[in-house]
Design a protein around this ligand. Structure first.
Ligand code: GLV
Length: 308
């Protein structure tokens, strides 16, 4: 019985080491060295091969090596094979760090101070209390909840929006399309942690920006195609929005000459907010395999109808 890994080979070697320690009975294979295709029961991939079942007839589970699965062609994986998103503490920790630094960058006026530094200007701005800066997270799954848990400790008034109702301690929760405008109207720093689906593609556009309070900011750590680039530039240039910190873009890499690169109110990072950490990721995958073998539900199984 074997486990096939199809993604970055350098990280694959780290996965292999961890598997050798933690699951010596399960042969670990790195694509394209698949060994006996009939022996492969589990596949972990950033993108599965085109027709995985034709290639691997005894495949039982497909694991995504990333938190998002929009890069998967779900139609190529037959419905009886569960597809599992990566939920592991390493990704969560990285995302909490990234979003916290982004919110503090905006909250402590570092865009203004970067401009002042370029102009060699020493001028203080009044420091606003965290209690007067309302943050809101779009998408309150595992990552969104962990981010809110940290931001709450700074004293930022926290809200979250999700497709279906949720309740979180110390967080004002909004749910569904009908509540989106009310959520946006109370949000000074908007953090997008939504998965990419048909209904979130292009969501971060003029309609959403107009519903935010004037001078709000955006932290985009979802997926590039959720953001309407022209609408963001227009909102920043009119002063409707103050600033944006973008970790994901469309396309990636962001091409040279794209107006985002040089915009003084945009900060770009190259999709590094958070990444799966091999050690903890392997532990999460092995725990799910144990659940699967015991006939228990795995954690992070994708609901194909909703697309994440
Ligand atoms: C990265 O963006 C991921 O989906 O893990």
């Amino acid at each position: 019985m074997s486990f096939l890994y199809k993604s970055d080979p350098v990280r694959g070697a780290q996965w292999a080491q961890r598997f050798a320690q933690k699951a010596p009975d399960l042969a670990f294979r790195i694509w394209p060295d698949i060994g006996d295709p009939k022996a492969v029961r589990y596949l972990a991939a950033w993108q599965p091969p085109d027709d995985p079942v034709a290639l691997l007839p005894n495949l039982e589970v497909v694991f995504s090596v990333g938190a998002g699965i929009d890069q998967f062609d779900l139609s190529s994986v037959p419905a009886h094979i569960p597809v599992v998103r990566m939920i592991e503490p390493g990704i969560v920790e990285g995302m909490v760090e990234y979003v916290t630094q982004a919110v503090l960058t905006i909250h402590r006026d570092l865009f203004d101070y970067a401009a002042q530094q370029r102009a060699q200007v020493w001028r203080e701005k009044p420091v606003r209390a965290a209690a007067s800066r309302r943050v809101g997270v779009l998408g309150i799954g595992t990552l969104g909840q962990a981010v809110l848990d940290m931001l709450r400790r700074f004293g930022f008034p926290c809200a979250g929006w999700s497709r279906t109702p949720r309740t979180l301690d110390g967080v004002d929760c909004y749910a569904g399309d009908a509540a989106l405008d009310a959520f946006l109207a109370r949000t000074d720093i908007l953090i997008c942690l939504l998965p990419l689906t048909g209904s979130t593609r292009g969501l971060l556009g003029a309609r959403v920006f107009d519903a935010l309070p004037a001078g709000a900011s955006l932290v985009q750590v979802g997926r590039g195609p959720q953001l309407d680039a022209a609408a963001l530039l227009a909102a920043l240039d009119s002063g409707r929005l103050d600033s944006a910190i973008l970790d994901v873009t469309e396309p990636e890499p962001l091409p040279a000459g794209h107006p985002f690169w040089t915009h003084p109110r945009i900060r770009i990072t190259p999709h590094i907010a958070s990444a799966t950490r091999p050690g903890t990721a392997v532990d999460a995958v092995l725990a799910n395999i144990a659940r699967h073998r015991a006939g228990q539900p795995m954690i992070g199984v994708v609901d194909r109808a909703r697309g994440y």
